[in-house]
Each structure stands twice: as structure tokens, then as C-alpha cells.
Design a protein around this ligand. Structure first.
Ligand SMILES: Cc1cc2nc3c(=O)[nH]c(=O)nc-3n(C[C@H](O)[C@H](O)[C@H](O)COP(=O)(O)O)c2cc1C
Ligand code: SF4
Length: 659
């Protein structure tokens, strides 16, 4: 495979063309690199990545101190930087740091700091009106970039990635809309590019030739609000290429000047796979320096196609490697089918947008390093037999982790396929969800786990005296509150609809009540409104539809709802029903209104564990060690189920190991 061939990048020889691109991990504490952050990237290096670009949006300047990303200006980080470089090199992976100043887009933690920008009045950036950078500020920032390059080089790092992407300060300078200066840094295209030129030259001059200088930039901002066309952006790339100081162009699309554009910087599942390849191909045909592209490249075949087609020299598989840090090594070994697929749901990783630490729905080790992929040493012979009831995300994870340590495990699943609640990951990529099911089957079989599909756990099945432990991961069932029931209109649940057990009549209006705020209410409302011209009303006590969904997918849902005929009533709770009416109360104003119930009320998010089954099974096998996990314990997100499953399995193994 060309993907796995070596690649010469400036002075470096990469062992393959797979790159982990920069992503803000939010794992630093007060700007300092933590062991958690060090270990996180080390796993990618161990997993065979060709190149790691660490630290999304790490700050070059004390004037822009987002404390959750590493402060690259802070000398206190040097010991950790050295350890990271040494560890990655020992595994054969070069390490580059993304370094930036976000200007008016900075997330500032320090109350004494201010937002800065090329010009004032850049009011549509989230920060309001920033202070205008003067010439001394600009010179000082250029020095900051150079100092950071020197620090990285001194600590053994292989390069720096200067970034404009996401409407960071460089892009703010390029934009004739945001940059209205009349000095040497504004006005003509050449002037607007000057700050970037000075930064790139300064980092190049600060270090010797054995240091990669990469530039990350969007080649299609997908908005008119920056005043930068696709051709302008290609010319900007061409300009910096001609300076001869850039070793690698990291090409992407979109921008962060609008909420919708920000979604495209970490594209959600509704974006096409390989969404920015075409931009990379444009860049590659124009630029001398090699080109890297990222954006929904999710598996080996796709990545191979990117490099063999000539669209790019290197390919980012960032979320693919958040989900499976061993991906490159598995592709190399010809075992890519054992790579745990990213399901493109953004549920865990996009927490960082709310300054929460990085997590992953399918890979619990991202947020919980103690739930490591290394098998814990136990004596399988003395561990006894384990039965797991339910092959949803939690059951799969318990079975996989126990099976990996050699325990005898049987999984009972009443459906005819594994996956359970993963089927309700409505914002995920359906193709990736199918891949996840396949991966789970293979992983379980690889670890010798016996999966009995189409087998409902009954008391007689678990009533075995030789059974050591039972893990009940039977999921949850819809459970509407009694007051929502009424004889005069139909009341259904999201689960009824999603399981295909119920579809409203074509002429029937529907009120979707979504007190939960995850994806189900909005997605179902959209589907119902799309199917016919029935009236669909979405009622939620939260401030917006899908109010609990992470920002990019919430924007995706909001966009869909605004373009649809669904009537959304935010900040509204359903307080009571009678024969024909729903009584609503605005949670802010306390005003009450009535709504004709229409033909159907659909309640979303009401679920409770299936206790009846658990009680009957437990009674049949009282001697076994019983555990309840996943939705059967507390209904939640996929991430919660997978993490709960992994944690339980690790606890069992630790007890077996020490007991
Ligand atoms: C959690 C997360 C945070 C990100 N933060 C940054 C960032 O700080 N800087 C940046 O240039 N890109 C950032 N990205 C974008 C990625 O580098 C990459 O372009 C994007 O995830 C698309 O690639 P993928 O589909 O292979 O994940 C982030 C991505 C994720 C998932
Ligand atoms: S949280 Fe979802 S989108 Fe993000 S890496 Fe994990 S599986 Fe992929």
C-alpha cells in the first residue's frame, strides 16, 4: 500500500503517510502538560502513526492563555516537552506541535487579559470588540512564535505547525473584512499577508534546517464574511510557498467565523467522507511543498485512495485514531479489520468545544487512561465462567476486555445482531455504525468470546451452578410518566418510532415532547415533518432543540429544524394533559398555554432499566457474582455505556489479579 510507504518530509523520513492532525485535547491544566496528555500522544506513536501534530491551538503567547491547552510560551513545560519527544521518537514517530494565537477568537481564562485583533469592531467574532494590535504588539507576537519554535527544537521536537485555520489571528490578518488597517499590515493583499510572512520567516530563522515548519490553512472558508475567495486562499498558499519557508501545507476547509462554518472544522457525519480532498488536490497542483489533508478519512481504503489518487501526500486520520490509536500499526500488520471504527458522532471528542476534556464514545481510554488496552494479567483457569446478558455497547465492552485477558465469556443477545443501543446513535454515520457492529463481532471472536445471537436470557439459561459471574447489560426500555397517558390521544415513545414499531398515520399531527435534549427529539421531529405535510411541534424545556447535544451537531440539528416545517417551542415544559389538550408552561416567564394534542404525543428520552428481567434472572442464579452495567444501570450516552463496561471489566480483572 502506498499509504504505508515511507515519506520524506524535509529532513524527516516518516514510516508511513498517516497523520494525527492537531486537536485541542483540553488535557493541560493551567497551561501545563499533564501525564494524561503525554500518554495520550504516546499511544498514537506506539500505534504506528507516521506523524503526530500534537496540541490543537496551543498558545504561543502569554497574552492568549487558554489554560486547557499547553502554554508553549511557558518554560515550565520544557521537561514534559522533552519527555514527549523522547517517547515518540523511541516509538519511531516524529512530533510536531501546533502553535497559534487565536486573536479575537481566543478563549481567555485570565480576567486581566483582553482579546486582540488586527482591527477593532470585529463584532461578529464571539469576543465582541477586541483591542487593536499595534506594531509593537505585532513584533512581540512574531518573537513569541520564534521563541516557541526555539523551545520546541531545544526539547527535541521535529517541527512546528503555524495555523491560520479556524479564523485564528493569521486568517484574521488575511481577511479584508476583519483587517481594515491602513498600515503595513493592512490594505493590499501583500500587506495583509505580512504578519503571516513574518511569523513563518521568524520560526524558520529561529531554528536550524532540521525542523519542519508546517502551515495549516483553509482553502475554502465557505463564507463570504471573511472576504477571501477560494482563489484568494490558493494565492495566499502560493505566496507562502514561494517564500520557501514552509515544508508542509496542511490543507482543510471551512472557517470559524460563523457557527455553521465552525461545524466544518470538525465535520459532522452529514459531511461527505474525505470532504476536503478536492482542496488538497488544488493545492498540490499549485504548490512545491507537500500537502496534508484531513476531513472524514475514516478507514484504510479511503486513506489509500487519497494518496494513490495524488490528492495529497499525507493523510490525516484524526478521529479515526482517537477511536483507535493502534490504527496505523493494524493497517501495517494487515489487521485493519480489528481497528475499532470511529462512528463519527462527535459526542465525546467535541466536548472540547465546551472546554471539557477530550473523550471518545467508543474508546474509553481517551478520557480514562487507567482503562488501558493492555490485557491485565489474571489466571483465566481460576476466573470461572462469565455470562453477559446483552450485546449493546456496554456488554460488548465488558466481554471484549474480559475475553482479552483470557476469561471464558458467553454473551446472550436477544436480537440477531450485536450493537444494541448503538443503533440509536442518530447523529453518527450509519456506515460507521455498521462497521462498529462488524468490528465488535470480530473483536469478540478474536478474544474467544462466544456470542449467542437470537437468545433471550431466561432463568433456565443462567441457572447454572458453575457460573461464576453474570453481567446484566440488558439495556433499558421506554417508560413514560403516567400523567402523559391519556385515552383521548395516542402516546408513543421515541423507541417505538426508532424501532419501526410505530409510524404515525399520514394525516396525523404529532407533538414531540423532548425534556431530555439529546438527539432523538429533534431527529424524529425532522423525519416526521419530512415524510408528509403533517404538523409537527417540538416542545422542550431546554433553551434550544437538542440542547444537550454538543455544539456542532446541535447547530446541524438547528439548521435542519429552521429549514423545516417543525414548530419548535423552547423553554417550554409539558405540565399536564386532559382529554384533548396539552398544558404548557414557559420555564422562563411561567406563562401557560394550551396546545391541541393532535393525534399523537411522542415522549422522548424516558427510559428505565428492565428490572423485571434482572430480578427473575438473579433469582435463578443467586450464587453468581452479579453486575449491572450500561443503560441497565443508568440510561445514558454510548460513551457512558462503553466506559461503564470497560470500568466494570477492569475492576473484575483487578480483583481476580489481586484476589
Ligand atoms: C476534538 C477535536 C479538536 C480539534 N481541535 C483542533 C485545533 O485546535 N486546531 C486544528 O487545527 N484542528 C483541530 N481539530 C480538527 C482536526 O485537526 C481535523 O482537521 C478534523 O478532526 C478533521 O479530521 P478527521 O475527520 O480525520 O478527524 C480538532 C478536531 C477534533 C476532533
Ligand atoms: S467521539 Fe465519536 S467522532 Fe469523536 S473520535 Fe470518538 S467515535 Fe469518533
Amino acid at each position: 500500500m502506498k499509504l504505508m510507504e515511507r515519506f520524506r518530509l524535509a529532513h524527516l523520513t516518516l514510516r508511513n503517510r498517516i497523520v494525527s492532525t492537531a486537536h485541542s485535547e483540553q488535557l493541560a491544566v493551567n497551561g501545563l502538560i499533564t501525564p494524561h496528555l503525554e500518554g495520550y500522544h504516546l499511544r498514537r506513536a506506539r500505534g504506528g502513526a507516521g506523524l503526530i501534530i500534537a496540541f490543537g491551538s496551543a498558545s504561543v503567547s502569554a497574552t492568549a492563555a487558554n489554560r486547557f491547552n499547553p502554554a508553549l510560551w511557558d518554560p515550565e513545560n520544557e521537561p514534559a516537552l522533552r519527555r514527549m519527544a523522547d517517547a515518540a521518537h523511541a516509538e519511531g514517530t516524529p512530533l510536531i506541535a501546533q502553535a497559534t494565537h487565536r486573536g479575537a477568537r481566543e478563549v481567555i481564562a485570565d480576567p486581566d487579559q483582553e482579546h486582540v485583533a488586527p482591527s477593532g469592531g470585529a463584532g461578529f467574532l464571539p469576543s465582541g470588540t477586541p483591542r487593536v494590535l499595534n506594531k509593537e504588539d505585532i513584533a512581540s507576537l512574531v518573537r513569541d512564535y520564534a521563541d516557541v519554535a526555539r523551545r520546541l527544537h531545544r526539547c527535541g521536537w521535529d517541527g512546528i505547525e503555524v495555523t491560520a485555520y479556524g479564523t485564528h489571528l493569521l486568517e484574521q490578518f488575511w481577511s479584508p473584512v476583519l483587517n481594515r488597517r491602513d498600515d503595513a499590515y493592512g490594505g493590499s493583499p501583500e500587506n495583509r499577508l505580512r504578519f503571516g510572512s513574518e511569523v513563518l520567516r521568524a520560526v524558520r530563522d529561529a531554528v536550524s534546517g532540521d525542523f519542519v515548519v508546517a502551515l495549516r490553512m483553509s482553502l475554502d472558508t465557505r463564507t463570504r464574511r471573511l472576504g477571501l475567495s477560494r482563489d484568494d486562499l490558493l494565492d495566499i498558499a502560493g505566496h507562502y510557498d514561494e517564500l520557501g519557508v514552509v515544508d508542509l501545507f496542511d490543507v482543510v476547509g471551512s472557517s470559524s467565523v460563523t457557527a455553521d462554518g465552525a461545524v466544518g472544522t470538525v465535520p459532522t457525519a452529514d459531511y461527505p467522507r474525505g470532504v476536503y480532498r478536492e482542496l488538497a488536490a488544488r493545492a498540490r497542483s499549485r504548490l512545491r511543498a507537500p500537502v496534508l489533508v484531513a476531513g472524514r478519512v475514516l478507514d484504510a481504503e479511503q486513506a489509500e485512495d487519497v494518496v494513490t489518487s495524488g490528492d495529497a501526500d499525507l493523510v490525516g486520520m484524526t478521529r479515526a485514531m482517537i477511536a483507535e490509536p493502534r490504527l496505523a500499526a493494524q493497517i501495517h500488520a494487515g489487521t485493519a479489520e480489528l481497528a475499532r471504527p470511529c462512528i463519527s458522532i462527535n459526542e465525546g471528542c467535541r466536548r472540547v468545544g465546551a472546554s471539557l476534556t477530550l473523550a471518545c464514545s467508543v474508546n474509553p481510554e481517551v478520557a480514562h487512561p487507567e482503562l488501558a488496552e493492555t490485557p491485565l494479567p489474571v489466571d483465566p483457569a481460576g476466573a470461572g465462567r462469565t455470562v453477559i446478558v446483552g450485546a449493546g455497547p456496554a456488554g460488548i465492552e465488558v466481554a471484549r476486555v474480559l475475553g482479552r485477558s483470557g476469561l471464558a465469556v458467553v454473551v446472550l443477545e436477544q436480537d440477531d445482531s450485536v450493537g444494541g443501543g448503538i443503533g440509536y446513535a442518530l447523529l453518527a454515520d450509519p456506515h460507521q455504525v455498521r462497521q462498529y457492529r462488524r468490528w465488535a463481532e470480530r473483536a469478540l471472536s478474536e478474544h474467544g468470546v462466544e456470542v449467542r445471537l437470537g437468545t433471550r436470557a431466561t432463568p433456565s439459561v443462567v441457572a447454572s451452578p458453575t457460573l461464576e459471574r453474570v453481567v446484566f447489560a440488558g439495556g433499558s426500555s421506554p417508560a413514560l410518566p403516567p400523567w402523559l397517558e391519556s385515552a383521548h390521544y395516542e402516546v408513543r415513545t421515541d423507541a417505538d418510532y426508532l424501532a419501526g414499531a410505530w409510524e404515525p398515520a399520514h394525516d396525523s399531527d404529532v407533538v414531540v415532547y423532548d425534556p431530555e435534549g439529546y438527539s432523538a427529539g429533534s431527529v424524529i421531529a425532522l423525519r416526521l415533518a419530512r415524510a408528509t405535510d403533517r404538523k409537527v411541534t417540538l416542545v422542550t424545556p431546554l433553551g434550544s432543540a437538542g440542547g444537550q447535544v454538543e455544539t456542532p451537531n446541535r447547530i446541524r440539528l438547528t439548521k435542519g429544524l429552521l429549514r423545516s416545517a417543525v414548530r419548535v417551542l423552547p423553554y417550554t415544559e409539558l405540565i399536564r394533559t386532559d382529554d384533548s389538550k396539552l398544558f404548557l408552561r414557559n420555564v422562563v416567564t411561567k406563562d401557560t398555554t394550551e396546545l391541541d394534542a393532535g393525534s399523537t404525543v411522542l415522549g422522548c428520552g424516558y427510559r428505565s432499566p428492565d428490572e423485571e428481567q434482572l430480578v427473575s434472572l438473579r433469582a435463578a442464579c443467586p450464587h453468581a457474582d452479579w453486575h449491572v452495567v450500561g443503560d441497565a444501570s443508568s440510561p445514558g450516552l454510548i460513551r457512558h455505556a462503553v466506559t461503564g463496561g470497560s470500568r466494570l471489566a477492569h475492576d473484575i480483572l483487578r480483583r481476580l489479579g489481586t484476589g
